[in-house]
Design a binder for this molecule. Structure first.
Ligand SMILES: C[S@@+](CC[C@H](N)C(=O)[O-])C[C@H]1O[C@@H](n2cnc3c(N)ncnc32)[C@H](O)[C@@H]1O
Length: 199
């Protein structure tokens, strides 16, 4: 997956990383900042995605499409498609541009709007990456877990960097008998939840 990335992909990834670094310090308001995952986290997500059972892939929080590009590498390998949700019009435009420039519009489908009311429309989920606002995290979790196929994965970003804002949620997940879970210290900290068979 990581060998011989097309030039359009490496160039767009580099451009998004540069925008992401710049907007941390240039006064861009938080809502408009890209706040994207690290390159190592992208590789980690792609490695996980390459192993999930059959089913649908969903991302909540596309931003400019950086994490979706990493997931698209696994999607191409697996013959899967990723549906990614983004609520900000500015970022929807950037994500559309990202997916067009890198030639992944057959693999990544951008859904414009609030993911929360639409998650219930998904069934048969094999992979979900939650990377939106902490305020909707538990609601997203409660919608996603019953819709995951056995062995399907839910990955939640910022489980270390923003653990102080996720205390109740992070205390609850290890007690949920429907999933086996672990926080992996990569990037901002990835909470990986695997749906248990037979629940
Ligand atoms: C941390 S950023 C996502 C970064 C992206 N996953 C990446 O690594 O490239 C969070 C994104 O979630 C979006 N967002 C927040 N609430 C949302 C919602 N309810 N539905 C869809 N997108 C939402 C924000 O606009 C923001 O772009």
């Amino acid at each position: 997956m990581f060998h011989d990335l097309p030039a359009a992909m490496t160039e767009r990834m580099a451009a998004l990383c540069a925008m992401h670094e710049a907007d941390k310090t240039d006064g861009t308001p938080r809502f408009d900042r890209l706040r994207q995952i690290s390159p190592d986290t992208g590789k980690f997500l792609a490695l996980l995605a390459a192993q999930v059972p059959a089913g649908d892939w969903v991302e909540v929080g596309a931003s400019a499409g950086y994490s979706a590009l990493w997931l698209s590498l696994a999607a191409r390998l697996r013959g899967a498609t990723l549906t990614t949700y983004e609520i900000s019009a500015r970022k929807q435009a950037l994500a559309r541009e990202t997916f067009a420039l890198t030639g992944v519009t057959d693999l990544v489908h951008l859904k414009e709007g609030d993911a929360l009311p639409l998650l219930a429309g998904h069934t048969n989920l094999a992979l979900v990456f939650l990377d939106a606002e902490r305020a909707i995290l538990r609601q997203c979790y409660d919608l996603v877990i019953p819709r995951l196929v056995p062995g399907g994965l839910l990955v939640v970003d910022n489980a270390i960097s923003h653990a102080h804002e996720m205390g109740e949620f992070l205390a609850f997940v290890p007690t949920d008998p429907r999933v086996d879970s672990l926080i992996v210290p990569i990037g901002s900290g990835e909470l990986v939840c695997r749906k248990v068979e037979g629940v």
